[in-house]
Design a binder for this molecule. Structure first.
Ligand SMILES: *[C@@H]1O[C@H](CO)[C@@H](O)[C@H](O)[C@H]1NC(C)=O
Ligand SMILES: *[C@@H]1O[C@H](CO)[C@@H](O)[C@H](O)[C@H]1NC(C)=O
Ligand SMILES: *[C@@H]1O[C@H](CO)[C@@H](O)[C@H](O)[C@H]1NC(C)=O
Length: 580
């Protein structure tokens, strides 16, 4: 395939968002600048959007049916009885926030395996991307292995969630075992930052044309606030000479994304349609609830009075109780007018209150630190909300320049594409935890705990000691490798076990001190015992990418420690421990 020569840079970046998903791709020659193309969605419905709603529909047997507008549309058109017998999912990404859940709840209240739902969503996006690109390239056929794939995840997710996405991508056939390096995990606010730093002054909604691109002014420090549907995800960067980025503050944020506003709106509807009217409507007309919420998504982008057409079936349920006008009698900020629910500007703004204060608190927390922030960048789909942008300008505009790029909902996938071609653009990150491994050393009664003592033919040892590799908040250069050498405690030892731990604390003495969590382990075989206790095992730990990898080699036999720091399964172990 001549077209697929090394001179071409083939990348696909998938942004599986809480509310909306999409992808961008690049197929330009390597010596040319990346030029992201963004797949457009919804044409068959007369729409043209850079993302599709993150909805997945499965049939009764849990077979994948459809994704995005098609899934939503099919579900909306179903009769209530049929809808109740389907597995329909939306907002499922948030099930990975905080703690990975093994199963997630469908709209009908039943559960399905979380991994299946993510896998099928990714499989659809993968196949759609290959199809789209094929159409753009004279119908040439492509394989997943022809591309580097970038998958974006919130920076505030923990490692187990990132590991889960990697697993889902592998099951979806995006990469295969053995070619894992073709899958790059990008952190969403970082990706946004990478895109924004190269934008000229007129790349932003607010106009200050006297400014040059951020990357042209080394030393500039700025905050990127990625305002998604689910999470608010914040990163702080300094531009280095040459344009690379240094992280100044470890990832922070919360779950006060745009859907918090939707929830408030829904609570308000429940308040209006009291006496169980809303609940009855929700139970019997799930599709209409979806549609109502979808309309609200667009209404909340404006900062003005809103009018919402009331579904006929809601009117019918309501009128069984009392006259429809009566529902609006005692409630402030809303009125009824010929089938329309009219909500005042004041009331609309009130739906944002909790979310906005969550966002401003998180930003203030960062600004407390001694950093010279110049700009606050607002990106993500929720940044389309004028109420949000005005609020942030209002709160911080006197001291910082608040900027929002054009098409803020596309920024993460475009930046992810750039990250896929040049990962060195992120020069260093702050470690979120302290990481270390367990080891043994000669027992010393003056400093070691008696209960940690064990004896071999070589003498007394202390076990379970913690050795720090990196401390919480420490700057870690990307791809920085740390090397360690170990020797066996017995001359005829035939294997060595390495165990890794993380903690919020700056340091630990023993691996079972409070606050320690085991995050991975592996065994290195040492079959050749000639050399006895003088033998050496060399370990290399690579930090700083969005995942940590560790590899150990027995220098005599060259046998390698099969190094998988499997965050997912260890998290399960911990959760089970909490259960018992
Ligand atoms: C949801 O749909 C599935 C598949 O048809 C069905 O087995 C399950 O009973 C439904 N759940 C409820 C609560 O109706
Ligand atoms: C525009 O940018 C210039 C140079 O960075 C700055 O001095 C000025 O305060 C900015 N103006 C506004 C309105 O933000
Ligand atoms: C961590 O704590 C141990 C035991 O208290 C101490 O020996 C070690 O020097 C500490 N490490 C660092 C890097 O502070």
């Amino acid at each position: 395939m001549s077209f697929l020569s090394n001179s071409v840079s083939f990348i696909i970046a998938i942004d599986l968002g809480t509310a909306f998903s999409g992808y961008a791709f690049n197929i330009t020659p390597r010596n040319k600048d990346i030029s992201p193309q963004v797949k457009r969605w919804g044409q068959e419905k007369g729409l043209d959007t850079p993302k599709a709603p993150t909805c997945v529909l499965f049939d009764q047997q849990q077979n994948f049916q459809s994704f995005g507008y098609k899934a939503r549309h099919t579900y909306l058109k179903m009769k209530a009885a049929e809808a109740k017998q389907s597995y329909y999912f939306e907002n499922f990404k948030m099930s990975l926030y905080g703690k990975v859940k093994l199963s997630i709840v469908a709209a009908n209240g039943s559960t399905m395996k979380a991994l299946t739902v993510f896998t099928e969503a990714l499989r659809f996006l993968k196949e759609d991307a290959l199809k789209t690109i094929s159409t753009n390239a004279n119908n040439q056929k492509f394989l997943p292995s022809d591309f580097t794939w970038v998958l974006t995840v919130p920076a505030i997710w923990d490692n187990s969630a990132k590991q889960f996405m990697r697993e889902a991508a592998t099951q979806a056939g995006i990469v295969s075992k053995g070619s894992e390096e073709k899958l790059v995990i990008a952190l969403e606010p970082e990706a946004a930052s990478i895109w924004c730093k190269k934008l000229p002054a007129d790349g932003f909604l607010s106009d200050n044309h006297s400014r040059t691109a951020l990357q042209k002014t080394p030393g500039t420090q700025y905050i990127v606030v990625d305002c998604g549907g689910g999470t608010i995800d914040i990163t702080v960067h300094e531009v280095l000479r040459g344009g690379a980025l240094k992280e100044l503050h470890k990832a922070s944020g919360n779950d006060m994304g745009g859907q918090n506003v939707d929830r408030k709106f829904k609570e308000f509807l429940r308040e209006i349609f009291c006496d169980g009217v809303w609940d009855e409507f929700e139970a019997n007309h799930p599709g209409e609830v979806q549609k109502l919420m979808y309309d609200f998504t667009y209404m909340k982008q404006e900062d003005e009075e809103a009018s919402l057409s009331c579904p006929y079936s809601l009117i019918k349920v309501a009128e069984k109780k009392k006259d429809i006008d009566d529902f609006f009698d005692k409630i402030k900020g809303v009125s009824w007018s010929n089938g329309l629910i009219q909500i005042s500007q004041e009331k609309m703004r009130s739906f944002f209150e909790e979310s906005l204060s969550g966002i401003t608190d998180s930003i203030r927390e960062i600004l407390k630190k001694k950093i010279e922030i110049k700009y606050i960048l607002l990106v993500g789909g929720y940044a389309l909300s004028k109420v949000l942008r005005d609020h942030i300008k209002n709160q911080f505009g006197s001291q910082y320049e608040v900027l929002c790029p054009h098409l803020p909902q596309e920024v993460v996938m475009k930046g992810a594409l750039m990250f896929g071609t040049d990962r060195a653009v992120i020069a260093s990150r702050k470690s979120v935890y302290t990481y270390g491994y367990g080891y043994c050393e000669r027992f010393d009664a003056s400093k070691h705990r008696e209960d940690k003592k064990f004896t071999t033919s070589e003498g007394d040892w202390c076990t379970d000691l913690f050795s720090k590799m990196v401390e919480v908040d420490e700057d870690v250069a990307v791809d920085e490798t740390k090397k360690y050498i170990f020797s066996p405690v017995e001359p005829n030892q035939r294997a060595m076990r390495m165990r890794f731990f993380c903690t919020d604390r700056p340091n630990l003495t023993y691996i079972d001190d409070w606050g320690a969590e085991q995050v991975g382990q592996f065994i290195v075989d040492m079959p050749d015992t000639t050399g006895g206790s003088a033998r050496q095992v060399k370990m290399e730990v690579i930090f700083g990418q969005t995942e940590i990898t560790a590899k150990a080699t027995d220098l005599l036999s060259n046998s390698e420690g099969k190094v998988t720091i499997d965050f997912t399964s260890n998290r399960d172990i911990r959760d089970n421990m909490f259960k018992s």
